[in-house]
Design a protein around this ligand. Structure first.
Ligand code: HEC
Length: 103
């Protein structure tokens, strides 16, 4: 009985963990066309996602999904994302490292 409970807790803990590889794969499929293959957008009206803090990305995606933040494209894209998808995507984009050069 106790073993079952702790196994259950372990599984919950494991699924709450972000999976960067899964985030990368999903991003390549669903996001790269606009946000760029490495999170650097080449369209002037689409923001970069690479290197953004995970916590910020998670919040924005949840806001699009819930309707708290509205955008005609992103609201539709975020609708079917699960919490796990959002974690994975956010961690993938947050894991990309940028270097900045001053002019
Ligand atoms: C068809 C083009 C398109 C696709 C595909 C797309 N996005 Fe976006 N995304 C946009 C645009 C345009 C914005 C700016 C929206 C706004 O002004 O709120 C945006 C904004 C965002 C933001 C907010 C960024 C910020 O700085 O606040 C996040 C996060 C985001 N997208 C994540 C994703 C993810 C994750 C995917 C794939 C599941 C995705 N997008 C797919 C066009 C796209």
């Amino acid at each position: 009985m106790l073993a079952g409970v702790s196994l259950g807790l372990l599984l919950v803990a494991a699924t709450a963990q972000a999976d960067v590889a899964a985030g990368k794969a999903r991003a390549a499929m669903a996001c790269a066309v606009c946000h760029g293959p490495q999170g650097l957008s080449m369209q002037p009206n689409v923001p970069h996602l690479a290197g953004q803090p995970e916590i910020y990305l998670v919040e924005q995606l949840r806001n699009y999904r819930s309707g708290k933040r509205h955008h005609e494209v992103m609201s539709v894209i975020a609708k079917p994302l699960s919490d796990q998808d959002i974690q994975n995507l956010a961690q993938w984009y947050a894991s990309l490292q940028l270097s900045v050069q001053e002019p």
